[in-house]
Design a protein around this ligand. Structure first.
Ligand SMILES: [Zn+2]
Length: 355
């Protein structure tokens, strides 16, 4: 019994050894070698972005490859190709110089090619590698493509002139239990006003102003289910109790029963000459930046602008009840542009009035 059993194990082991040791060797030997026989590189524009496209062509598809950034030299991108040989192409190639300087093809060991691209910037995040099927029309073989991308331009923190040392209270309309107006696609006024106000705060702060917000989250300022008067007075109080407040600015979106209504408007209460100046400076910048219909400035009895002791204005950025403007209001680029416009308007106001 025992002998029989061990004999069986021996046979099984023998078979296993054949499959796991011998068979792969047989397979490898039989694998067709891929020959690198095509190369092209060119700088192109794609979706408004400049990139360097490097195409490495092979005589047969499905080449195994591995991409990595050289740990010791972060500007070097390494592409390892298994089971390949370098055919009739140049092995040292000068590239465009801007995105990448040069590249090399090297046979590291038998049938293992390493392509190295010397990029101008650390490679991490600035490349993509993919394959493309042969294109008979363009007379291109199966290719492994390396796109070298331009580093994103670093945008300095936005700043405006004229607000250094100034004190501004920002009032994002609505919040918490009060959504404000809601657009046909479900965009809520309270979210738009908060996003824009936060952006305004960031720009003003970066420009040297001091900023207080009546709310900085999705919340009621007085408390849930307060009366309108309680809620609005709570906002006015932030202006009253923030030392040295020079401007109170409330940010809203307009709404109307007809979805045709559109455009930008600014309201003020004429408790001083400066209130209209503030409204005009804001309105001018908002219309220039947003490009929407200019509804002008108007006097209004709105609680927060009337009850704030300092110059105050209420901007209606656009109509949330209008399909087109609702989409704009929820768009981060539009929000940024309107926020920048508000900051420029405030800078102009402080410069105009000498406040
Ligand atoms: Zn509102």
């Amino acid at each position: 019994m025992i002998v029989d059993f061990s004999n069986k194990i021996g046979r099984v082991l023998g078979a296993l050894a054949f499959f796991f040791l011998l068979l792969p060797t047989v397979c490898l030997a039989g694998k067709p070698v891929h020959e690198i026989n095509y190369f092209q590189s060119h700088v192109i524009q794609e979706n408004g972005q400049t990139l360097l496209r490097i195409e490495i062509g092979l005589n047969r598809p499905d080449t195994e490859y591995k991409v990595q950034v050289n740990a010791a030299k972060p500007k070097q991108l390494l592409l390892d190709l298994e089971n390949t040989e370098i055919g009739d192409i140049r092995k040292d190639i000068t590239l465009d110089g801007n995105l990448a300087r040069f590249m090399t093809f090297r046979e590291l060991e038998r049938r293992h090619t390493q392509v190295m691209v010397a990029m101008s910037q650390p490679a991490a995040g600035l490349y993509r590698v993919y394959t493309q099927a042969a294109d008979r029309k363009a007379q291109k073989p199966y290719r492994i493509v390396i796109d070298v991308l331009a580093a994103p331009v670093k945008v300095p923190a936005d700043k405006v002139a004229g607000v250094t040392g100034k004190v501004v209270v920002l009032d994002p309309g609505h919040g918490g239990t009060d959504s404000g107006a809601i657009g046909p696609d479900g965009v809520q006024e309270k979210d738009v006003t908060l996003a824009v106000a936060r952006r305004v705060r960031d720009i003003l702060t970066a420009s040297g102003a001091r900023v207080a917000m009546t709310r900085d989250t999705d919340c009621d300022v007085y408390g849930a289910n307060a009366t309108d008067r309680q809620e609005l007075q709570a906002r006015v109080n932030v202006g009253a109790y923030t030392p040295g407040t020079q401007v109170f600015l409330s940010i809203h979106c307009n709404a109307f029963s007809s979805s045709d209504a559109n455009g930008t408007a600014t309201y003020y209460y004429p408790k001083s000459d400066n209130d209209a100046v503030l409204a005009q400076d804001l309105q001018r910048q908002l219309v220039a930046a947003g490009g929407l219909r200019n509804r002008g400035i108007s006097e209004a009895n709105f609680y927060v602008v009337k009850r704030s002791a300092m110059p105050a204005a209420l901007v209606e950025l656009a109509f949330i009840t209008n399909y087109h403007e609702e989409a704009l209001l929820s768009d981060a680029d539009f929000q940024d542009a309107m926020a920048m416009a508000i900051c420029q308007g405030l800078g102009k106001f402080f410069t105009d009035t000498g406040i």
